[in-house]
Ligand binder design. Structure first.
Ligand code: NAP
Ligand code: G4F
Length: 342
């Protein structure tokens, strides 16, 4: 019988790539989708025709228990979150509820449905394997570079704090109940399916608009911030590998190379034959109350223990995104319509 996976955050960037990867591996894939008429669900269904949908919301404990009871998954991937860092200052409580408490609710749903009760000895934690989408934002103001699985956390946003809660809780359920529960501490990963609010996609869309004569400038915030950017299609494979390992452990996933936003901008404009300095305007209102200045992964543990390595380079990623957005806009596509995802 096919193994069954339940993915929260199925309508997001990572949910779509993970679903494709698991379907290729022969899984029966279920996506948890919220809302009465969430337009992203019908769009997602056009791309991922084989994914089955179960209703549920990370804010609603009962709905998660019902989803786990109905799907009877072998593996649960918790990718659902409010994931845009600036929004976490505007809606800090909601971010804590979805991105932080949502992890507790999902773990509790698995615990209850697996019949694991308090006081049982570790190792008895049921058969469902759980993946939590932790984030390099937990490192925040970094204490060392590069960052590995032992680097201290100093989150700099309500989002980072909520992710740290979910991370420690996942460890705690592993230790308290013997559950196979792991966190992937993923560094920034991007693709042509990235939300338009994140800087890589904002830049690739901005370049495409300028190249096609649809815009004259691109407004950005802090150009000096540095990130370790990789390709989402590579990173979802690491999520799957973590749940196939012999032991439940946490892993850092990234490329080990950092670039500044300025270098991202240079690469993207140059991929379209444009000089960025003629078009980019810096805007103080786009700076954050507390910035994460740099993030750079040390992915050695994942390489050695999981055999995982990123395949797509920074330059290939930027070129892929610019080309995809040039094609999308030239065909009259809507960047906010996921049904046009490549
Ligand atoms: P994304 O594109 O923003 O997707 C977020 C998903 O969460 C969407 O499918 C959204 O569904 C869902 N969601 C929001 N509120 C929900 C709720 N109340 N109940 C259930 N689902 C809800 O994010 P992503 O880039 O794919 O990232 C996936 C996960 O990895 C996130 O947890 C993110 O924080 C984490 N992460 C991402 C990166 C990165 O660089 N991409 C790095 C580290 C960690 P709706 O359609 O309902 O809005
Ligand atoms: O693309 P960003 O919004 O991503 P950020 O904040 O690093 O968070 C992403 O990666 C995390 C992993 O480290 C995930 F956990 C999280 O869910 C999300 O996927 O911003 C990247 C950098 C920041 O330093 C920001 O200040 O780009 C800088 N930036 C400069 N101008 C901008 C802009 N960011 C955005 N979104 N928009 C700008 O105009």
């Amino acid at each position: 019988m096919a193994r069954r996976a339940l993915i929260t955050g199925i309508t997001g960037q990572d949910g779509s790539y993970l679903a494709e990867h698991l379907l290729e591996q022969g899984y029966e894939v279920w996506g948890l989708a919220r809302g009465q008429a969430n337009p992203r669900v019908s769009r997602m269904r056009k791309l991922l025709t084989e994914v089955r949908v179960v209703r549920g919301d990370l804010l609603d404990q009962g709905s998660l228990i019902s989803a786990v009871e109905r799907v009877q998954p072998d593996e649960v991937y918790n990718l659902g979150a409010i994931s845009f860092v600036p929004m976490s200052w505007e809606q800090a409580e909601l971010t804590a509820e979805v991105t932080g408490m949502g992890v507790l609710r999902m773990l509790e749903a698995i615990r209850v449905c697996s019949g694991v009760s308090r006081g049982v000895s570790p190792g008895a934690g049921g058969q469902i394997r759980f993946y939590q989408a932790s984030s390099s934002e937990m490192f925040g103001q970094v204490s060392e570079t590069p960052q590995n699985e032992r680097t201290a956390f100093h989150p700099r946003s309500p989002y980072g704090v909520a992710k740290a809660y979910g991370h420690f809780l996942t460890q705690n359920y592993r230790e308290s109940y013997g559950m196979f529960a792991v966190s992937g501490i993923l560094f920034n990963h991007e693709s042509p399916r990235r939300g338009a609010e994140f800087v890589t996609r904002k830049v690739s869309l901005g370049v495409a608009r300028i190249k096609l004569g649809l815009a004259g400038e691109l407004r950005l915030g802090n150009l000096e911030a540095r990130r370790d950017w990789g390709y989402a299609g590579d990173y979802v494979k690491a999520m799957h590998l973590m749940l196939q390992a012999g032991r439940a452990e946490d892993y850092v996933i990234g490329t080990g190379r950092m670039k500044s936003v300025r270098e991202l901008v240079e690469a993207a404009f140059s991929a379209a034959g444009l000089d960025w300095e003629q078009y980019v305007v810096t805007d103080q209102t786009l700076h954050r109350p507390a910035e994460v200045d740099l993030l750079c992964a040390d992915p050695k543990k994942a390489r050695v223990q999981l055999g995982w390595e990123p395949r797509v380079s920074f330059d290939e990623l930027v070129a892929m995104m610019v080309e995809a957005d040039l094609r999308l806009l030239a065909d009259g596509g809507d960047p906010h319509d996921d049904s046009s995802w490549p």
